[in-house]
Design a binder for this molecule. Structure first.
Ligand SMILES: [Zn+2]
Length: 420
């Protein structure tokens, strides 16, 4: 039975059969299509058809002509165990594993209610989020699909070394990558430059020489795991492209001349098949305001936007990751990232939605499971209030979310996403 929030934790997804008809539905290669009905059975999309559901079929039919149906969003960069407050390091390091796990689960549920049905956790203390992922996947607790990287691989005393993934030499990083994959990591994350969150760390400088990253990228390929490279300097972004890394996170492209983009960096990214996740919600005004850090990040963000526009125009795909959990970025911000990629970077609306659905599904190897409204894929669906064809902000108004066919009321767990 469903509780008051509409979350039904007790009825197995296998027993569900329902249909959804929205005013417009976002389909691959076609964009927004009117009058389409999506049929779901056993948590899987079984049919996408142009005709209505005949009364004889007698299944639950959600009919919302005033709403738009999308694939559930995929956030390619979150930190589920991070608080989003002004003391992230203390919040993480002072908590027990159990507390961190519960915090991570709560954040995952907040993100799910906002429309993100898949989350890629890009760094947590040791194996805490791997265990949350497994608890959700086993059905013991309700939540979105989680991919997890374990602790980011970083240098001794380097960026996010307080999470535990320290490795310095080529041998060290290969050993740490193997250890993490052995522990169940879905992908690997490495801090190629310093970062803003860690005192004493320098975002503008490499933490590793290029040959260490090349060795790690080769090992990630051998292990069959995507590699996410945290990089703020343009030098680091280019090295990640030359290494054939899967994703560059942040991609600030800072150098001694300021923030900008050279043709050789674009060539390296295109040659490596590397995509950029600009974590566009970091420093975004109006989400939260811890004033002491907000000012600098907002300024840097403004300088970064033309770089991302140029990257997209030259064919480097962008992802709508959020970095949710770092200071000022609340969990449940994925739809804001989609809107920012359209309004501030200049992507077409369809491209911006793609950056949070089919594009990350492909990058993380999930394209046969989720990321599009196609028969055979999981019924990860997001119904938003209003007509997204004419109103870009409709994506910020979730009406109903389905996670592998299980309905999640959009009003459930939303507390954090509403904090401004
Ligand atoms: Zn991050």
């Amino acid at each position: 039975m469903a509780d008051a929030s509409g979350v039904d934790l007790h009825r197995p997804a296998e027993s569900r059969r329902f249909a959804v008809t929205a005013g417009a539905t976002f389909l691959p290669a076609r964009g927004f299509v009117a009058g389409v009905t999506v049929l779901v059975e056993n948590g899987v999309i079984i049919e996408v058809r142009n005709r209505p559901v005949p009364p004889a079929e007698a299944i639950v039919h959600v009919e919302r002509r005033d709403a738009t149906l999308l694939p559930g969003l995929i956030d390619s960069h979150v930190h589920l165990s991070f608080s989003g407050g002004s003391r992230v390091i203390e919040d993480v390091t002072e908590a027990s594993d159990v507390t961190l796990g519960l915090v991570a689960l709560q954040h995952a549920q907040i993100a799910l209610a906002s429309g993100a049905t898949t989350l890629a956790d890009c760094g947590a203390r040791c194996e805490v989020v791997l265990q949350v992922r497994d608890a959700v996947a086993s059905g013991r607790v309700a939540g979105p699909r989680i991919l997890a990287s374990g602790a980011p691989i970083t240098t001794t005393a380097g960026h996010c070394s307080w999470l535990g993934g320290c490795a310095d030499s080529i041998d060290d990083v290969i050993r740490e990558a193997r250890r993490q994959v052995g522990a169940g990591a879905d992908f690997l994350k490495v801090m190629l430059t310093g970062g803003n969150l860690t005192p004493g760390s320098n975002p503008g400088m490499l933490q590793y020489p290029a040959d260490v990253l090349f060795a790690l990228a080769n090992e990630a390929r051998r292990l069959g795991r995507p590699l996410v490279v945290h990089a703020h300097s343009e030098e680091a972004v280019a090295i990640a492209g030359r290494a054939g890394a899967t994703i560059v996170a942040h991609g600030t492209c800072a150098s001694s001349e300021g923030i900008g983009l050279s043709p050789t960096t674009v060539e390296a990214l295109l040659a490596g098949g590397t995509v950029i996740d600009p974590t566009i919600t970091v420093g975004m005004p109006g989400i939260r305001d811890h004033a002491q850090v907000m000012h600098d990040r907002a300024r840097i963000r403004k300088e970064m936007l033309p770089v991302f526009t140029a990257l997209a125009r030259q064919g480097v795909p962008l992802l709508a990751g959020t970095d949710a959990g770092v200071t000022n970025v609340p969990h449940g911000s994925t739809a804001r990232a989609v809107l920012a990629l359209e309004r501030e970077v200049g992507l077409q609306r369809e491209e911006a939605i793609f950056s949070a659905t089919a594009a990350p599904a492909r990058v993380f190897g999930l394209e046969h499971r989720t990321g599009a409204i196609v028969p055979g894929l999981a019924a990860d669906l997001l119904l938003v209030e209003g007509d997204l064809r004419t109103d870009a902000t409709a994506i910020l108004r979730p009406a109903q979310v389905w996670s592998q066919g299980v309905p999640i009321a959009a009003s459930a767990w939303r507390r954090e996403a509403e904090v401004v």
